[in-house]
Design a protein around this ligand. Sequence first.
Ligand code: IPM
Ligand code: MG
Length: 357
Amino acid sequence: MTLKIAVLPGDGTGPEVVAESLKVLEAIASLEAFGYETTSFDFGGDRYLASNHIIDDNDIATLRDDFDTILLGAVGHPDVPPGVLEKGLLLRLRFALDQYINLRPVKLYPGVECPLKDKGPGDIDFDVIRENTEDLYCGAGGFLRKGTPQEVATQEMIATRFGVERCLRYAFDLCRRKKANGKGRGQLTLVHKTNVLTFAADLWFRAFEEIGDRDYADIKRDYNHIDAACMWFVKNPEFYDTVVVPNMFGDIITDLGAMIQGGMGIASGGNINPDPGGTSMYEPIGGSAPKYTGQGVINPLACIGALAMLLQNSGQVAAGDRVENAIRKVTPQLKSMSAGKMGHSTSGVGDLVVAAL
Ligand code: IPM
Ligand code: MG
């Protein structure tokens, strides 16, 4: 079966890192003998500025119906006001394709500099499952008396039992699978703010307890307030195994997670629709880094890691694992994970990964 991949290089350094992922894809497909096809789409800031087109229902139908999965480079353009592409392209895709899981592994690879004193790869190795279609990201809210001194703005935090439950079930299942594969302790931490958000957090907490009691008695349940989780991500990252968190808190805490695993140069994520026939989208967590664009200095490992996740979640587990292991062999060879400080060019790092496959 041929894996059909839609490639959205996007803005800024997106095309440079995607090129390295495609180089690795070509190599791994030949080594693992699987077929694939890629089709590139030019959605992003440049096209928007030239034609006003961001992405429409037809584009979304094409991505959903004609492709198994999507690889995304980066979204964000210095000449486009903030929010236009983020909401119009990235969030639009996540919502329209119902990618209700944002899976963000936090793994410190060997030889990667960690800002936390005395923490090594054995201490930082967990998964964050961020709910990806609800919460403050729904866009619910509005203005009253906009632009006047009496202006009111609201932005609503939405939690539905359906949306929360499907996210929790994915997290419980992943936690269980990791334990079965010797990769986890079977401990799932819910992160929220039950002491203040007594409606939304209460729904999450009750669902967590009920589902956990009924269907996942083998999984140890743990709960952190979001502020405490920020503290413990820094102080005791080794405590975490699998973390489940609503969208907005998940956005914030996964940037913290990216930093303790060595920065945006190495942090990958998947926007996953785990339902049968669902179309998922994998991306480096970092942005389009306009200041480094076109210089060949950006770190492609986050995007190559996104490719590894794409393969692991698209029926090519062995190939994905092999790419991930190659990244582990390459990280000790780089001077730094930061753009311009790797001791290698962007394509040089891609070549190292290919060589390590
Ligand atoms: C992320 C980003 C996005 C988000 C932005 C660009 C809309 O920060 O993927 O974490 O908030 O989800
Ligand atoms: Mg973010």
